[in-house]
Design a protein around this ligand. Structure first.
Ligand code: GDP
Length: 297
């Protein structure tokens, strides 16, 4: 419907890695996401206020960036993947050092392996006296996750999200893994992105957080997103700042949608509003038809 040709090699430029944090409930995903947010050197500078938009980007001391999806839990990851939206470059698996490998840990390992996404293990809560990181490494081995110390290739790092221990090392390992992946995208083309989350906001109308996959999304751009269309009225980042544009790997809230799309829906910038409405209407029709066909008589 909307053509998506691959970009020529010479147009590609490095982009920030997109990281998802997974792990069992209470092992510290939320705490780790908050702690990593705190490593941002730009945060606070512009006086922005933290906005939970489903993803955020940190700028590190060396000016490089990392994008974190902060919709923790496996639902988002699995659901988006099921819908063909492979937005995650790297998974950080959080395991509490005072607990062990729990059902959701194993589920996360399986999902990550199935997706073919590299994994970094963050052994969390090492500040606790009952923490036993070595036992976690042994348990991981039983599930075919071989960390370096056990002779394997999977990176692991001991952290405490609470006491902010090991965060720099974790960030370094993410950067190292990202380098190996040679992540690149063409910023100089009409934007394509993926819906991370979407909602109907009382004051602002339909709002979607878009992770830009390639190209640059700009205020005024006309787009189709899932079965909705629109024209970018405003772009707001995770620090509550209005942007004029957002390039590859940047998560932004987009205002100016005709309705609320679904997580995992693709966004594409198109040449005209007529075209956007046409594509959106066609898709809405297809969805409607699927629903009718799937409804038992
Ligand atoms: P989630 O369910 O995986 O998102 O886990 P949370 O981040 O909500 O953490 C669950 C509980 O573990 C909370 O009470 C946290 O304060 C605690 N917690 C998280 N990280 C650490 C840590 O590094 N050390 C200690 N001692 N407690 C932690």
């Amino acid at each position: 419907l909307v053509e998506t040709e691959a970009d020529a090699d010479e147009t590609l430029q490095p982009r920030a890695p997109v990281v998802t944090i997974m792990g069992h409930v209470d092992h510290g995903k939320t705490s780790l996401l908050d702690a990593l947010r705190g490593t941002d050197v730009v945060r606070g500078e512009a006086g922005g206020i933290t906005q939970h938009i489903g993803a955020y980007q940190v700028t590190l001391k060396d000016k490089s960036k990392i994008t974190f999806l902060d919709t923790p839990g496996h639902e988002a990851f699995t659901e988006m993947r099921a819908r063909g939206a492979d937005v995650t470059d790297i998974v950080v698996l959080v395991v509490a050092a005072d607990d062990g490998l729990m059902p959701q840990t194993i589920e996360a390992i399986n999902h990550t392996k199935a997706a073919g996404v590299p994994m970094i293990v963050a052994i969390n809560k090492v500040d606790k006296h009952e923490a036993n990181p070595q036992r976690i490494r042994e348990r991981l081995l039983e599930h075919n996750v071989q960390v370096e110390e056990m002779g394997g290739e999977t990176q692991d790092v001991e952290v405490s999200a609470l006491k902010k221990i090991g965060l720099d090392t974790l960030v370094e390992k993410i950067q190292l893994q990202a380098e190996l992946l040679e992540l690149r995208a063409n910023p100089d083309r009409e934007a394509e992105g993926t819906v991370i989350e979407a909602k109907l906001d009382k004051g602002r109308g339909p709002v979607a957080t878009i992770l830009v996959n390639r190209g640059t999304l700009r205020v005024g751009d006309v787009f189709v997103v899932g079965a909705e269309s629109g024209k970018v009225r405003a772009l707001v980042n995770d620090k509550g700042m209005q942007l004029k544009e957002a390039g590859p790997s940047v998560p932004v809230e987009v205002l100016g949608l005709s309705g609320v799309p679904m997580a995992g829906d693709p966004l594409q910038v198109v040449e005209s509003e007529a075209r956007a409405r046409e594509v959106a209407a066609y898709r809405a029709g297809v969805i409607q038809q699927k629903r009718t066909t799937n409804t038992p008589a």
